[in-house]
Design a protein around this ligand. Structure first.
Ligand SMILES: C[S@@+](CC[C@H](N)C(=O)[O-])C[C@H]1O[C@@H](n2cnc3c(N)ncnc32)[C@H](O)[C@@H]1O
Length: 315
């Protein structure tokens, strides 16, 4: 899923990197790139390969010396950094083997575990920040989904759904606004002056988050949980008290936070509309294959979250 999204948006990254490589002072001997929420790195390395080629081609065209490059790879401390490092090291070896002496571009990589809702890098130390399909993860489940009078207010749902009271979507929006503002504030301190970021969000085309095209995959999951509750496999209270810490913003909601936070100016925006079948594969018909595909897609996105909630309950 993320692979398709990354390849549809790589042209924006290339444009930004080209502009960076042609405007950064020639005295800059090192360009620092960061990928926030890189996971195990499959898409990072595709993106970084494009970045290196773009820097090298742009510098050669302009007769500028090709700078050294450093890539900072960030994710939460619980990420599978061993798998990430394995892919990174073989990628590095491949790139070094490919380089002829006149096209060689030394590059270095470092892993930076931590939450992007905190400061990750020294002041003014990074030239380009990229984050794909990660900043829609909130720092926490929105506060206020439980109150003493009503208990859990989003009963039977795990995100904003057709059944959710209107307060649920405003609590989610507020949490997104708080988190994204904090994200922008920290990044504005870390980026060198005049540089930029490329952020890719799985978003929503309408402010109604429960709209079918947005929440379809979550609605499938809710349906499955509902069935498990009726079969006695899962406790109804566990579903009522479980809410996903993510938010699919609209472009207007993203722009609103950028404008209000004030550290960044939006240079370019681009919406790629991905139908359900593009995101999760062709899922027509009521076949076992369809449900297996969907199950695998959900697992890759959400399994760790469900497992950690289950483990916390058992401990
Ligand atoms: C859907 S994956 C996207 C991975 C990768 N960027 C891609 O495009 O394939 C989202 C990643 O964001 C990470 N993430 C979520 N919240 C984060 C946070 N606060 N700080 C750093 N990483 C975070 C998750 O651990 C996960 O690896």
């Amino acid at each position: 899923m993320q692979k398709g999204i990354a390849s549809n948006t790589i042209f924006l990254v290339k444009e930004a990197v080209k502009s960076l490589a042609s405007t950064v002072p020639s005295s800059e001997k090192l360009l620092v790139f960061a990928d926030l929420g890189c996971s195990t790195g499959a898409n990072t390395l595709v993106m970084f390969s494009e970045v290196m080629d773009t820097v090298s081609t742009t510098c050669n065209e302009l007769g500028r010396p090709v700078p050294q490059i450093q890539l900072l790879l960030n994710d939460l401390p619980g990420n599978d950094f061993n798998t990430l490092l394995g892919s990174v090291l073989s990628f590095r070896k491949e790139r070094i083997d490919e380089c002829t002496s006149d096209r060689s571009m030394p590059f270095y990589m470092s892993v930076v575990p931590g939450s992007f809702y905190e400061r990750l890098f020294p002041k003014k130390s990074v030239h380009f920040i990229y984050s794909s399909c990660s900043v829609h993860w909130l720092s926490q489940v929105p506060m206020g989904l439980y109150n003493v009078r009503q208990g859990w207010i989003n009963k039977g749902s795990i995100y904003i759904s057709e059944k959710s009271p209107p307060l649920v979507s405003s609590l989610y929006l507020k949490q997104f606004q708080r988190d994204f503002s904090l994200f922008l504030k920290h990044r504005s301190e870390e980026l060198c002056s005049g540089t930029c970021m490329a952020l890719i969000f799985p978003g929503c085309s309408t402010a109604d988050q429960s709209a079918k095209e947005t929440a379809a995959y979550i609605a499938c999951l809710e349906e499955a949980l509902d069935k498990m509750v009726s079969e006695g496999v899962v406790n109804a209270f566990d579903v009522d008290s479980f809410n996903l810490p993510l938010y699919h913003p609209t472009m207007d909601e993203v722009k609103f936070v950028i404008k209000n936070e004030g550290s960044f100016e939006l240079m370019q925006d681009f919406i790629h509309e991905a139908p359900f079948s593009e995101v999760f594969g062709d899922t027509h018909g009521d076949t076992n294959e369809k449900w297996e595909k969907l199950g695998l897609a959900f697992r890759s996105i959400l399994e760790s979250l469900f497992v950690s909630v289950e483990n916390n309950k058992n401990s």
